[in-house]
Design a protein around this ligand. Structure first.
Ligand code: AFP
Length: 333
């Protein structure tokens, strides 16, 4: 089989008019930065990157050293290329402007530099998630409000999964595609084109320890799944939970399934657990481009109008039939 590198893939997409040179450069730069994050993640104790950084992020969460390192790598890599107007990170309160010394581009980049950071110290998969928006025209100084665009406005989105293999999964609105990092040659190589998520599934991902805190529609839905072949669903379901959204979504993009982080009494005051701009929107874009669905329990995630840079929402995504059912249960409530 002839191997196609990420760069070749992007050049071909440019020739087809699917993306422009600046967006293509942006994706290459993010991919290159993530190779460095993969190296840092892989070193573990040998690189002195395990454990806490001794700081809290904007959400009041304790930062791990690798959260801080990954954030720095992405900021530094994206500062000078001329493809960005500004960046926003889950780890920083305010957007980061491009330094005056460098040319400015037409794009806005949002990222969760290291998703699933509780997995770092136990050597389980973690990831980076990113989303790209167009910067509104005529802006001299980019503010948080310029990032508050609904997910349907995303030009590209993706994640890099640092697991036994380092994988980049990418969309720019023409399907969802997977690239595997060939560590010997240092390039991402196309390994799956046009990923499709099966419409039906018998596998779900949720943190069951929160069950008693859920709202009635969620309790009803999961109760019915757990009744298995003797219940109203008439089949047995399996459960998986990696506690890193990137890994859980990657399983869905590989063999189908659904991922849920519903509203519960613990996260209700914040509106949910997962961040709309750094996690929900990019994952919704990837999942929809692969034929799946993504809602907040009531409506399509990508149509939500963001109200804050660090806004959180409930997330339901994956195989279409299950997402339609769980959404119906919430809408009927
Ligand atoms: P961190 O990156 O702060 O560890 O959070 C990961 C995450 O946002 C998401 O990737 C997981 O699906 C989810 O949290 C796990 O949440 P629980 O720890 O509540 O299971």
């Amino acid at each position: 089989m002839k191997s196609i590198s990420l760069i070749q893939f992007l050049i071909e997409a440019r020739r087809k008019g699917q993306l422009n040179a600046e967006l293509s450069l942006l994706i290459e730069v993010v991919a290159r930065a993530c190779k460095r994050i993969a190296v840092a993640t892989g070193k573990g104790a040998l690189g002195d990157v395990l454990g806490g950084a001794g700081t809290d992020n904007v959400q009041g969460e304790h930062q791990k050293k690798l959260d801080v390192i990954s954030n720095e790598i992405l900021l530094e890599a994206n500062a000078w290329g001329g493809h960005l107007a500004a960046c926003a990170s889950e780890e920083m309160e305010d957007p980061q402007p491009i330094p005056d010394a460098y040319p400015k581009g037409h794009h806005l980049l949002l990222f969760d530099p290291l998703d699933g950071s509780s997995n770092i110290d136990i050597n389980v998969s973690v990831g980076t998630i990113f989303s790209v928006l167009r910067c509104p025209d005529g802006i001299s100084q980019v503010d948080a409000e310029h990032f508050l665009q609904p997910g349907v406005e995303q030009l590209a989105a993706g994640y890099v999964l640092y697991g036994p293999r380092t994988l980049l999964v990418l969309t720019f609105g023409h399907g969802t595609h997977e690239f595997t990092l060939d560590r010997e040659i240092g390039s991402f190589i196309l390994t799956r084109r046009d990923i499709r998520i099966p419409e039906e599934t018998a596998e779900f991902a949720i943190n069951m320890s929160n069950q008693r805190h859920w709202q009635p529609p969620m309790k009803r839905y999961i109760h019915e799944l757990l009744e298995g072949s003797e219940g109203p669903r008439g089949k047995d379901f399996n459960m998986r939970w990696v506690a890193a959204m990137v890994a859980d979504v990657h399983r869905i993009l590989t063999r189908g399934g659904v991922f849920y982080y519903p509203l519960d009494t613990k996260n209700q005051a914040q509106g949910g657990k997962l961040r709309l701009l750094y996690e929900a929107n990019p994952m919704a874009f990837l999942v929809e481009q692969a034929g799946g669905a993504a809602t907040d329990g009531h409506q399509r995630i990508m149509e939500l109008q963001p109200t804050g840079l660090h806004q959180r929402i409930p997330v339901f995504l994956g195989s279409r039939e299950e997402i339609e059912l769980v959404t119906r249960y919430h809408q009927q409530d």
